[in-house]
Design a protein around this ligand. Structure first.
Ligand SMILES: [Zn+2]
Ligand SMILES: [Zn+2]
Length: 293
């Protein structure tokens, strides 16, 4: 594999990141290392700005999510490590499972597993790759019409509480439903490193889908807020490689307001938005809080 040296003003046009490692020769992925043994594999030319994460120990590596499926992420993973790689999906949304077909074994929460063969994943990917949502060209030879997320199969069903021993460090899967029923985050308790996936990231939190459960989301944020004092690094799946730990508590408090019936700041056809300091929460337009919270 040929990995090109990064050239300023290249793939993203965004500011150089100090932890930058390399950009790939297909000009789609950018890899950074935001903390020890944690590699963020970004897809910065799409507005979701999603990251998959490769976590390395002394004996194994864990790939958390496989990206959009626009370009071959397995090639990037092989460029980072020669360790045996296990794949786990945080949940089954299209931008997290797109490259699953490039790997043999996939672990995912039981509540998400059947979605891996859903043809709607391909539809979602093609819709999401509308020109106005891209900051640059698709990789050479790739067209929007030909994009697809082939069905993949879960080989390990998770429920939360499982540990992934990578040699010298262990990540624990924690079930944090709300955004999706089977959403998982991954915690290295010893190092205080949290992969917060789609539970918390700096930007509008997506709680507007039919599948989203606001009460469950709040309970998950409560659980994460309890962990916060012991955390040193939080690596989210969207918009940044690292976010302030303190944002977790702010997001929990804000979600509590939304669930208690806070009036949204904007109401659109698609979703309503609650704005807070530096982030937002999207809910369905008709949502006006939940009495059961
Ligand atoms: Zn998601
Ligand atoms: Zn996502």
């Amino acid at each position: 594999m040929h990995i090109l040296e990064w050239q300023a003003g290249g793939a993203t046009g965004s500011a150089m990141d100090e932890s930058f490692i390399f950009a790939d020769d297909q000009n789609w992925f950018v890899v950074t290392q935001p903390s020890e043994g944690v590699y963020a594999i970004r897809e910065p030319l799409h507005d979701e700005d999603v990251r998959s994460y490769l976590l390395t120990g002394s004996e194994k590596a864990l790939l958390v999510d496989t990206g959009m499926g626009v370009s071959d992420i397995s090639r990037i993973v092989k460029g980072i490590t020669r360790l045996p790689v296990m794949v786990v999906n945080s949940h089954a949304h299209w931008d997290h499972v797109g490259g699953n077909c490039q790997f043999g074994d996939i672990a995912i929460h039981a509540a998400e597993a059947t979605r891996l063969s859903d043809p709607d994943l391909t539809t979602a990917l093609r819709n999401a790759c509308a020109p106005e949502r891209l900051y640059g060209p698709l990789p050479p030879g790739v067209t929007r019409e030909a994009l697809s997320i082939p069905p993949s199969r879960a080989t390990t069903l998770l429920h939360g509480g499982e540990s992934f021993d990578l040699g010298g460090r262990t990540f624990e899967a924690i079930h944090t439903p709300g955004h999706a029923a089977g959403l998982l985050v991954f915690l290295d308790r010893q190092a205080g490193v949290l992969l917060s996936t789609d539970a918390v990231y700096p930007g509008p939190l997506y709680a507007q889908f039919e599948e989203c459960d606001l009460n469950a989301y709040l309970a998950s944020l409560n659980a994460l807020a309890k962990l916060a004092p012991a955390l040193n690094h939080v690596h989210p799946s969207h918009n940044a490689d690292e976010m302030p730990v303190s944002l977790i508590v702010q997001m929990r408090d804000s979600m509590a307001e939304v669930v208690a019936g806070r009036r949204p700041d904007e109401v659109g056809d698609d979703h309503a938005t609650h704005w807070f300091d530096g982030f937002g929460i999207y809910v369905t337009s008709g949502y006006r809080g939940s009495r059961t919270a």
